[in-house]
Unconditional design. Structure first.
Length: 276
């Protein structure tokens, strides 16, 4: 049939422009006995364009554990399988990690067919340098988001996130709170006809008036040496209110300043606010 080794191939597909698919990706998909797709309906658009009529199997986050046995059986029979996502490189914020580990466990070959990735595309366009930390999709609730961003703000690399476009203003507000002195790069519809890029300091970026569609790739610039620590004012004010019931203003300033490692002047001004 061919010289392809038996096993599972992790195949990158275009993130927008279908012409970005590689020759090797096309050949791998053509030689596959079965193609695992995140969404078969979506993948059919690409496969039909490439005139690939191979068997497809739905493989997504809701069925990936249930599908393991069947997939391993195919591999045990010496079949060639490919895994593709809706766009870009599989496994990055997409299903695939479970089946890859199962293949390793069962001593089946796993190969990569690299290609398009919205992560590396956005980083290369941002101008923020080549060192970055990719987080993936950010939490959708405010408390969870604050917890994650508080941990990430100490990282010195650029930060890369995926966010649903419809919630961009929710995330911009959070970025202003945790990364006020950094810059932001927002990539929308990369490689497509209406691709759009936004570059601005987080301090100056405005909220979007019109609702955006799709998914956005966001890059936050690296932490600078003169970046001031972000202060959680809500948390500090709650502590001030609590301590003022038992301590003098002077003691409260000393206690919280030492505990939170922030300016005494800031604590003092908050104390005065509640003493009025």
């Amino acid at each position: 049939m061919n010289n392809f080794a038996k096993g599972l191939y992790i195949v990158s597909t275009p993130i927008g422009n279908l012409e970005d698919i590689t020759f090797r990706a096309v050949e791998t998909l053509k030689q596959s006995d079965l193609i695992l797709c995140e969404d078969t309906r979506h993948s059919l658009k690409l496969l039909n364009t490439l005139n690939i009529k191979n068997n497809l199997m739905s493989y997504h986050k809701f069925n990936e554990k249930k599908s393991l046995k069947k997939i391993i059986e195919y591999l045990n029979e010496g079949k060639i399988l490919s895994l593709i996502s809706d766009a870009g490189t599989p496994v990055l914020s997409d299903p695939g990690n479970i089946i890859i580990n199962e293949c390793i466990k069962n001593r089946h070959n796993v190969f990569t067919v690299p290609g398009p990735s919205s992560v590396t595309a956005a980083v290369s366009l941002s101008g923020f340098g080549d060192k970055f930390l990719f987080y993936g999709f950010l939490p959708k609730t405010e408390n969870e988001l604050n917890t994650i961003l508080k941990k990430l703000k100490i990282e010195t690399f650029s930060l890369v996130f995926f966010v649903p476009a419809i919630k961009i203003n929710f995330y911009i507000k959070a970025f202003k709170k945790f990364f006020p002195k950094r810059s932001i790069f927002i990539a929308r519809e990369m490689t497509k006809k209406h691709e759009t890029y936004y570059r601005e300091s987080i301090e100056n970026i405005k909220l979007f008036k019109n609702i955006l569609k799709g998914e956005l790739t966001i890059v936050i610039s690296p932490k600078t040496n003169n970046e001031l620590p972000t202060i959680d004012l809500d948390k500090i004010e709650k502590q001030v209110l609590k301590y003022l019931k038992s301590y003098t203003v002077k003691d409260v300033v000393e206690l919280i300043s030492k505990k939170e490692k922030i300016s005494k002047k800031i604590i003092y001004n908050i104390c005065l606010k509640f003493k009025k």
